[in-house]
Every structure is written in C-alpha cells, then in structure tokens.
Design a protein around this ligand. Structure first.
Ligand code: NAP
Length: 343
C-alpha cells in the first residue's frame, strides 16, 4: 500500500484499527473543557491572531491522497468530516491526489472549512526553496483545490538556513498581498521551528505534537508561539497509532514512535491514575494533543470514515484528567525529555 510522502511504506505487521489486548489504559474521566457546545456542535477555536477559526480536531488529508484509496472513500471522509463540524483540512502539494480530491469533492463547500496546504519543493523549472517554486506551488494548489484563496500556505519543512535568507517569506508576503493566501505559515520542527517562530514572519505553524513527541510542545508551542499569537496545527497527533503494531513495524513511518511508546512505559505509568480507567490509547493520545497548551487543532490523519468518527468521539471527552496528565509528565521527564521532535 502506498503512503503519503510524509510517511514510509506500511509494514506487513500492521494491525490496523486493533488495540492490542491489554492496551486499554485502566480508569476514565471527562474534562471540563469539552469539544462540543451545548448544541452538540464541535468546539471551534480562534486560530491564534489570524482571524480564522478552526475545530479542535482537524482532518489530516495526507491519507486520502494515496492511490489505493478510492474516490468514493476520499469523498466519504471529506464529506463526513465537514458534516461532523470539522472546519480545518490539512493537505500538501506532495500528498499525491489529496489536493485534487479536495477540489473535486468539497470545493462546493469551500466556505465551510479552513484549507491548509504546503509546498516549496522544486516545480516548473524552479529549484526547491526558491521564491519561484513557492509562487508556482501556491498557484498550482489554487488550481488543484479549485479555490480562490488558500487560507494557510506552509513552507513544507525547509531548513533553518533557507529561512534565514528571508526570500521565501517575501514570496509568501507577496502572495498574501495578492489575495492568494490568507496566512503565511511554517511547517517544521526543532531549531527550524524555533527560528520560524522567533522571526516574526509567520502567522501560523504546523508541527509534530503527541504523547511521545513533546519537544515542540514544551519548548515552542506552549511558550513562544502562544506569546506570539500564532495559529498552531498539531501534526501526527496520535503518534501514528503505534499501539496497533504488535511487533516493531520495521521500515514503517511510525517505527520511531513505536519505540518511544514502549520506552516511555506509558501503560505502567498511567495504570495508577484513577482518571485513566476505560480510556483507549487513541483516545488518550488525541485528548493529550488536542487540549495541549497552545494547540488549536489536532489533525488526525485517516482515509477511513470509521476512524474519523472514532477520533471525533475520542476527542469529545475534553482534556485528560489531571492525574493522567501528571503520569504522562513523569514518564516524559524520566525517559523522553532529551528526545528531539520527529518531522
Ligand atoms: N507538515 C508535515 O511535514 C507533516 C508530516 C506528517 C503529517 N502531516 C499532516 O498531519 C496529518 C496527520 O499525521 P499522520 O497521519 O502522520 O499521523 P497521525 O494522525 O498521528 O496517525 C495517522 C495514522 O493512524 C491511523 N489512524 C488514524 N485514526 C485511527 C484510529 N481511530 N484507529 C486506528 N488507527 C488510526 C491512520 O491510518 P488509517 O488511514 O488506517 O486510519 C494513519 O496511519 C497528515 O494527514 C498530514 O495532513 C504533516
């Protein structure tokens, strides 16, 4: 099976959708800040100071770009997400058919969601990470998604040395001035992310945040980005669901997270927390990310309507109980505090 370009090939050991026996975390509780309003609608949040508003759970549309996902499946996931109150869809120029499918299936509902895409790779004779490549990428994303304007356009993981030049930020500013893009963003991690936030040139960031990948959260998102009023999208929010692999998923995109999940010893760590009773791992993981300080939307990626539904239901519990968060915190301090973020 093919994977979107942020992912590596899927391992045969993958056990899709199955939580291994014994994995549900023992105890449950519902936090005070639930993602649904009194009318049952999903909670919407201000996206920093951008003027946009986004749902607490967004749709990661990498998976619907894969060739082996049918048009019908892609249409179902996109339509179900909007029907359920998801108001942010995240894609990228490099996610296979994703941008085109968004254009094909939900362009008629374009005013119902914030569209986030990314680019900057080589295109139309322009070398990667050049102003020409950024401008060409924006124009192509507009065509593919059948949009008059991209709400957020992220530079897609370019290194800090490129950011220091400043010419890509100038190209983004020009696109904003021309009305092609509403918010200029940077997608990346670690020192690259720190530079991007401190530069003051971006209104939004997209970065890895999950229970086994907390460096960006602790060092940038919950501090610098919040102070700067940036909109924050948490990518990889359920850590690629490592609990679905009984064996190490060698060569899989999620292999590092699988390893970290075990090294953190989360099962033992939260076992004593009263609030953990009845939680399943995908619920624990998504609630951790979606309610982390500074995060505005957690873009769980899926091409499956049933996984989308279970992710939305999972997040409906609100923030994790304090004792579960404390247990996760202790596990991180013991085993994870030196781990860099994974892009
Ligand atoms: N900017 C970047 O460089 C970058 C990098 C990575 C990701 N992203 C964005 O972030 C989104 C999410 O990241 P991600 O997909 O890497 O990580 P993720 O959301 O943490 O995990 C997604 C994986 O978990 C599976 N999954 C989702 N819901 C599930 C459920 N309820 N039960 C069991 N398995 C479930 C999905 O497979 P199924 O399809 O089988 O559900 C998929 O393989 C992407 O779609 C993309 O939009 C951006």
């Amino acid at each position: 099976m093919s994977q979107h370009p942020d992912q590596q090939p899927t391992s045969p050991e993958e056990n899709r959708g199955q939580v291994p026996a014994g994995s549900p975390v023992p105890g449950t509780d519902a936090g005070a800040d639930t993602p649904t309003g009194a009318d049952g609608a999903m909670q919407q949040r201000d996206f920093g100071r951008t003027g946009l508003r986004v749902s607490v759970v967004g749709l990661g549309a990498g998976q619907i770009g894969e060739q082996d996902v049918t048009e019908a499946e892609a249409a179902r996931v996109l339509g179900s997400a909007l029907d359920a109150g998801v108001t942010l869809i995240d894609t990228a120029a490099t996610y296979g058919l994703s941008e085109e499918r968004i254009g094909r299936h939900v362009a008629a509902r374009r005013d119902e969601f914030v569209l986030s895409t990314k680019g900057g790779q080589a295109l139309d004779g322009h070398a990667e990470w050049t102003p020409g490549a950024v401008t060409a990428s924006i124009d192509r994303s507009l065509r593919r998604t059948r949009s008059e304007r991209l709400d957020i356009f992220f530079l897609h993981s370019c290194p800090v040395d490129v950011l220091r030049r400043g010419d890509l930020q100038d190209a983004l500013d020009d696109a904003v001035a021309a009305g092609k893009v509403r918010v200029a963003g940077y997608s990346g991690d670690n020192e690259h992310l720190t530079y991007a936030v401190e530069s003051g040139r971006f209104g939004a960031i997209e970065t890895s945040i999950n229970v086994v990948d907390q460096a960006n959260l602790r060092h940038v998102v919950g501090t610098l980005a919040r102070d700067a009023g940036l909109g924050v999208i948490a990518k990889r929010p359920i850590a690629n669901a490592p609990w679905r692999f009984a064996e190490r998923p060698v060569g899989h995109y999620g292999e590092l997270y699988w390893e970290r999940f075990r090294e953190l010893g989360l099962e033992a760590a939260v076992a004593g927390a009263e609030g953990a009773s009845g939680l399943e791992w995908n619920e624990l993981a998504l609630r951790f990310t979606a309610y982390a300080p500074g995060v505005h939307t957690a873009i769980a990626g899926t091409a499956k309507a049933d996984h989308l539904r279970s992710n939305l239901d999972a997040a409906a519990g609100g923030p994790l109980p304090a004792d579960v968060l404390s247990a996760i915190d202790r596990a991180w301090e013991r085993a994870g505090s030196a781990w860099p973020a994974s892009t």
